[in-house]
Ligand binder design. Structure first.
Ligand code: GTP
Ligand code: MG
Length: 413
């Protein structure tokens, strides 16, 4: 492991490598574009020759995949504080300079900025206030306030603060050391359900159909998250299919089709009004089997846990999957909106009771002041967090990494 504070040099080298790599890619792209244009010109000239007197047929222009124009590669920004911090976090995880990508830097930058509201500069305030002075019971109170304010939850906060108090009783703890200790304690809490699940990273299992159901109450970001997951999985070469099983909301299918187009993934739907969600899943499984798919992503309607019929709907979907593909690897992922804080935690608890959940996805970590709810979900609902979302763009979702999350949550700048 590289010391976070001694990694500026590392970051500077990484920046140089990434910049070179990006310039090379740009040159290659330009060359490809020139070749493409030249070919197109030749083809147009050939066609013009052939159709001299004919009226031009423009019908095929409709199919130009304009949506791919949105898929612009991330640009490497300035070598600034964001870059340095992101590179340092990657270095601290033992990543080699030539292993890192612009996407990773961009994501970490977004995550740290997204959690800014949660952090509210408190850590730097704390460090400014106490500097390297030993932590006092008073500073512990400040820390406690931060954690509660960030919706970390009473249980986890108590646990962390009492460990720190214990340490304080035994030895002198400087401000920075206290933060380091705090980070470690938070990681232990968040990693526990992940370790218990036996799977560090949720990825589709090869050789069988994986079915991931996205469930959660209205508006938490299920459909958006599914769109981002489709992109992530198809880009990672998993054969992916989408089932539009939210048949309650008229616009849901259209919304999914847009996401499907962006990631080049097909959407199985039934446009008729009040179609049975389980029937859509039935059709989607048939298509997935025929196409030998690795992953079927199922979008479901916003379910209110108080409406039992909606929960019944979910178990009906599960029964269909069990019956049609008994050896499928099924994941029920609860999508939670971080900005809902303790409310989200309540939803998680009640879903966990009625739906057989296997993991959680936390969305809208950008611009929320309650990102700490992720810790409460781990500690109080015992759900492994599998992905986190911090933005509305297609690349704004990443597999969950507790080290990066805690570093961003308690970053001191
Ligand atoms: N800022 C931000 N907005 C998000 C994020 N994820 C989703 N959203 C926005 O949240 C809103 C609701 O997202 P949807 O994906 O439609 O939510 P849903 O859970 O499918 O909603 P229903 O289908 O109505 O239950 C949209 O405006 C999304 O763009 C995120 O990570 N960050
Ligand atoms: Mg939706």
């Amino acid at each position: 492991m590289t010391d976070l504070d001694n990694s500026r040099e590392w970051a500077s080298q990484a920046y140089g490598i990434l910049k070179q790599r990006q310039e090379k890619q740009l040159q290659e792209k330009q060359l490809q574009e020139e070749q493409r244009q030249e070919k197109q010109l030749q083809e147009e000239q050939r066609q013009a020759e052939e159709q001299k007197q004919e009226f031009p047929d423009t019908s095929n222009l409709k199919n130009t995949p304009l949506s791919f124009k949105n898929d612009i590669e991330v640009e490497l920004g300035e070598f600034d504080d964001d870059f340095t911090w992101s590179a340092m976090v990657l270095a601290a995880q033992g990543k080699k300079i030539n292993q890192i990508s612009i996407d990773e830097i961009d994501w970490l930058t977004k995550l740290r900025r997204g959690l800014e509201e949660t952090r509210k500069g408190f850590v730097s305030e704390l460090l400014d206030k106490y500097g390297d002075d030993p932590l006092t019971p008073e500073s512990l109170d400040d820390l406690e306030t931060l954690l509660i304010r960030a919706d970390v939850g009473i249980d986890s906060t108590d646990k962390v603060i009492s460990s720190l108090r214990k340490k304080l009783n035994e030895e002198v703890v400087a401000g920075e050391e206290g933060i380091k200790f705090l980070k470690e304690e938070l990681r232990v809490i968040i990693d526990k359900p992940i370790r218990n699940s036996g799977t560090n990273l949720l990825i589709p299992e090869k050789g069988k159909l994986n079915v991931w159901l996205l469930v959660g109450v209205n508006g938490v970001g299920k459909t958006t998250t599914l769109g981002k997951l489709a992109y992530l999985s198809s880009r990672s070469n998993y054969k992916t299919l989408i089932a539009a099983a939210d048949t309650f909301r008229a616009a849901a299918v259209e919304q999914l089709k847009v996401w499907g187009e962006r990631s080049n993934v097909d959407v199985i739907s039934n446009q008729s009004k009040n179609a049975d969600p389980a029937a859509v899943v039935f059709d989607a499984i048939n298509s997935a089997k025929k196409r030998n798919c690795d992953l079927l992503l199922v979008d479901t309607a916003g379910r209110l846990q108080t409406k039992n019929n909606l929960m019944d709907e979910l178990s009906k979907i599960k029964k269909i999957i069990d019956k049609k593909v008994p050896d499928a690897k099924v994941e029920s992922l609860l999508v939670l909106d971080a900005s809902q804080g303790q409310n989200g935690l309540k939803q998680a608890k009640s879903f966990a009771k009625s739906a057989d959940l296997s993991g959680a996805i936390i969305t809208k970590l950008d611009g929320s002041s309650r990102g700490g709810v992720s810790l409460a979900v781990s500690a109080e609902v015992n759900l492994p967090i599998r992905f986190i979302g911090a933005g509305e763009g297609i690349k704004d979702l990443r597999p969950f990494n507790s080290f990066e999350f805690v570093e961003a949550l308690l970053a001191d700048r």
